[in-house]
Ligand binder design. Sequence first.
Ligand code: ADP
Length: 438
Amino acid sequence: MTNAATEHLTDPRADRPSGRPTVVLVYQRTSLPWVFESARRAGIDLVLVPRPDEDVDADRLPPGVVDVLRLDVDHAPAEALAALVARHRSDPFDGIVTLYDPAVPFVADVADALGLPGLGGDVARAVQDKRLMRRALADAGLNVPGFAAVDDPGALDEAARLEFPVVVKPANGFSSLGVTKADTAEELAAVVAEVWQVCASKLSRVTGLVVEEYLDGPELAVESLAHGGRVQVLSIGYKGEPVGPYFEEGVYRAPAPLPPHVQDAVVREVVAAHAALGVTEGPTHTELRLRGGERPYLLELGARVGGSGVSHYIAHHVTGTDLAAQALRIAAGLAPTLPETAEQPAPATGAAANYIVPCGGSGRIVALHGLEEVAKDPRVDHLVQMLHPGDVVRPYPDFTGYPAFVLSHHPSTADAEEFHRYLAEHIRIDYAPEGDAK
Ligand code: ADP
C-alpha cells in the first residue's frame, strides 16, 4: 500500500544507514500493537518513548522499534523536550507522533522546536481545551450546544442559565474522565464540585470545567486523515447512545448505517471543524452526537489516531486504508499514499467493531468470565485485557480504566451488533469488596 522506496529517493533527510525514515512514538502501550505493525509495513523506524509504568524488554522490541528512550513527558516536559532536542542533534529523526491524547501538545511543541511536521503547539492546545474548541466551532457557525466555561466551582450563574440537562466535564479531560450529567439546576453545584474533585485527583492539571447542554441521539466516531489542509473522511462508526449520568465507553461498530443526507451532514461538519480548529495535518478521531437522530454536533476532535490505535483497526478493516501507516508517513514529512478521492468515505469493504467490556460493578476483581472463549472466536482479531484479577475497580465517577477491548471483524455492521449482544451475555466480572485480600 505504501510506496516508501520511491519516497526515499525524494526525501533529502533519508541519509541514515538504514535509509528509512525515523519517527519518535510517544507513550504507546506495546500491548496495543497496530501502530507498530503499521510502522513495519510502511518501512518506518520507531524510537519508542514508553509509558512510565511499562517495562519494554530491549531483547523483544515491538515491530518497527529500533530504540527506546525513557522520558517523563507528563511530569518533566521541559527536560523531555531538551532530551529530544539533544537526541535530534546527535541522531536526527524525521518526525514525532503520539496516540496518547494528553501528550498531543507536547509532541506538537517538540515538532515546532525542531522544525518537524506537526500540528503547531497553539492548535494542539486549542483542540484539547474544550472551552477553546467550543468557541472556535461556534465562531465558524458550526453546530454547538449552549455552553459555559467554569473557572471557579463557586461561580455558576452562566452555567445555571443553560437548558437542562447539562453535561459537566473537565476542559482538558480525556477518556470521559469526570464527565457527568446534571439533570436540574438544583443538582448543578453538587455535580460541579464532584467533577472538580475527581479531576483534581486524576489529572495532572485542572484548568477549569465546561458545562454544556446535553445532546441526545446516537453517538458517532469518525476517522479522518488531513494533509495539506485537505481532509479525507475514512470511516464513520456508531458508538451507542449513552444517556449518563456517567459516560463509560461501550461499543464501536463501523460503518454506521446512516441515510445519505445524514452522512453528508456528518462529513460536512467534520471537515468544517478541521478548518475551524486549524487542523491541517495528520490523523484525527472525531466524536459527534446526532441530535434528534439527524443533526451532527461535535463532541471532540482528537488530533491523533484514536483509541490508542483502535481507530486504526476499525478504519483498516472497513476501508483497507492503513491509517496508522499514513499517520506515520505524515509525521515523517512524507505524503500519504491514498487514492485521491472525495472527502466522503469510500464504500466499506467490511465491518469492524470494538466492544469495551463494561466494569459492571466495583471492588476487587476476583474473576473475569468468558474472555478465554471469546479470544478463540474466529471473528475476534484482538482481545486486549487491561484489568486482571486482583485489580481494584472504583465506583463511578472515579475512573479506573476499562477491563478489556474485544476487536472483531464481520461481514456487516448488523453481524457486529449481534456479536456484541452475545458478548454482553457471556462476559461477566466477579468482584469482592475492595478491602478483601486477593
Ligand atoms: P472526553 O474527552 O473526556 O472523552 P467528551 O467530551 O468526549 O470527553 O465526553 C465523553 C462522553 O460523554 C462522550 O463520548 C459522550 O458520550 C458524553 N458527552 C459529552 N458531552 C456531551 C453532551 N454535551 N451531550 C451528551 N453527551 C455528552
